[in-house]
Design a binder for this molecule. Structure first.
Ligand code: SAM
Length: 360
């Protein structure tokens, strides 16, 4: 049976975090519907038992659970709505619990977070007889988010356990490079390519291995290619450091793929600033690569790729005969805005599920 679920998203980007959650659901074959999005909060209907899988896989979502209430950012309305809810569904008599409220920056300054936390805590204690607030070591957790005109309260059932992520920061690897991709974004790319545990993922411009590390940790059979033998050496050292010897590496030109069928391709090609295109024009390199990728992509395969906005990677993919699944714009710094595009080989009906045209 479906429940209404909430996902607290990292605020580093508006559309990549919800897209990542939805891509994970899709690659795990989990049906979902009625998607609603506010800044940092994604709400949808799906089976509750999907939550641990989603939270352990997604790089940009750390907490999720069952939605308890969603209403306008009016304290009276919040407390009255809470007071009518069956909190005994979530708490056994005597359970300790916490309520933590976060604010999406700039939202609803008239609401005091601490005040709201303690008033909701009182309501829950009263309704779930005998339950007490314990902020340090609670048995059960509720999380609230004040997000652009709305207040959302959820009961937490899944939290990311992967404390290793900070250890995989580029600065802590044996070898790094200015062009390397950050772990959370790398994980997001892997998920947007609909990779699966045990499934094959290819990064044809792998550099020092940022995407491969995340794919390897997630349990993919990953393979990285790079034209520069030095990069392959560096990636080898990084992958060994994380005991990811199962990830394959080869010196190869991504325009002449040494693989036959790729279900998932996730890649961050050179973008003409430091990372070398080895003498090629970036747009030409990407056009040749994407034509090749299309010929080796599995019928139901996906490609997630980033490029500077001015390169128009979406058009290059369309010219190569690929179908656009989704497209995100990410500002890296003032002079670099990147486009992250996801393509499929097969034409799909996807647009109706994409919620980020309007917040509600
Ligand atoms: C932006 S870097 C990749 C960074 C990587 N994601 C990381 O975490 O280190 C792009 C890489 O593409 C490689 N490259 C350039 N042209 C290539 C080609 N035709 N085939 C394969 N690799 C190529 C470069 O050597 C460089 O290492």
């Amino acid at each position: 049976m479906n429940s209404t679920l909430f996902f607290i998203l990292s605020g580093e980007h508006e559309t990549l975090p919800p897209a990542e959650v939805m891509a994970v659901l899709e690659s795990e074959g989990i049906n979902y519907k009625n998607v609603r999005l506010s800044p940092k909060v994604l709400i949808l209907e799906a089976k509750q038992d999907c939550l641990p899988t989603v939270v352990s896989r997604a790089g940009m979502c750390e907490v999720a659970g069952r939605l308890v209430l969603k209403c306008r950012d009016n304290e009276r309305e919040i407390i009255e709505t809470a007071a009518a809810l069956p909190f005994y569904d979530f708490l056994q008599p005597g359970d300790t619990f916490s309520v933590r409220v976060h604010r999406v920056s700039g939202s609803s300054r008239h609401l005091q977070k601490m005040e709201l936390q303690s008033r909701i805590g009182e309501v829950i204690s009263r309704l779930a007889g005998g339950s007490k607030v314990d902020l340090k070591n609670p048995e059960k957790e509720f999380v609230g988010v004040i997000s652009q005109g709305y207040f959302v309260l959820g009961y937490v059932t899944a939290k990311r356990q992967d404390q290793g992520a900070p250890l995989r920061r580029p600065q802590r690897r044996p070898v790094t490079h200015p062009s390397t991709i950050k772990p959370r974004l790398a994980r997001c790319f892997v998920n947007l390519s609909r990779a699966r545990k045990g499934g094959l993922l290819i990064d044809p411009f792998c550099g020092t291995g940022g995407i491969l590390i995340e794919a390897g940790v997630m349990g993919c059979r990953a393979v990285g290619l790079d034209l520069d033998p030095q990069m392959i050496l560096k990636a080898t050292k990084n992958l060994r450091h994380f005991n990811l010897e199962h990830v394959g590496l080869a010196v190869a030109d991504s325009r002449k793929a040494p693989y036959l069928e790729a279900p998932s391709i996730a890649t961050d090609p050179p973008y003409g600033r430091g990372a070398s295109t080895q003498g090629s024009e970036l747009a030409d390199l990407l056009a040749e690569f994407m034509a090749e990728a299309r010929s080796v992509m599995q019928h139901d395969g996906f490609l997630c790729i980033a490029a500077p906005l001015k390169i128009k990677v979406k058009e290059i993919g369309l010219d190569a005969g690929l179908n656009v699944v989704e497209d995100h714009i990410a500002r890296v710094h003032r002079s670099l805005v990147r486009e992250v595009a996801v393509f499929s080989r097969r034409r799909r009906k996807y647009e109706e599920k994409v919620p980020w045209k309007s917040y509600s």
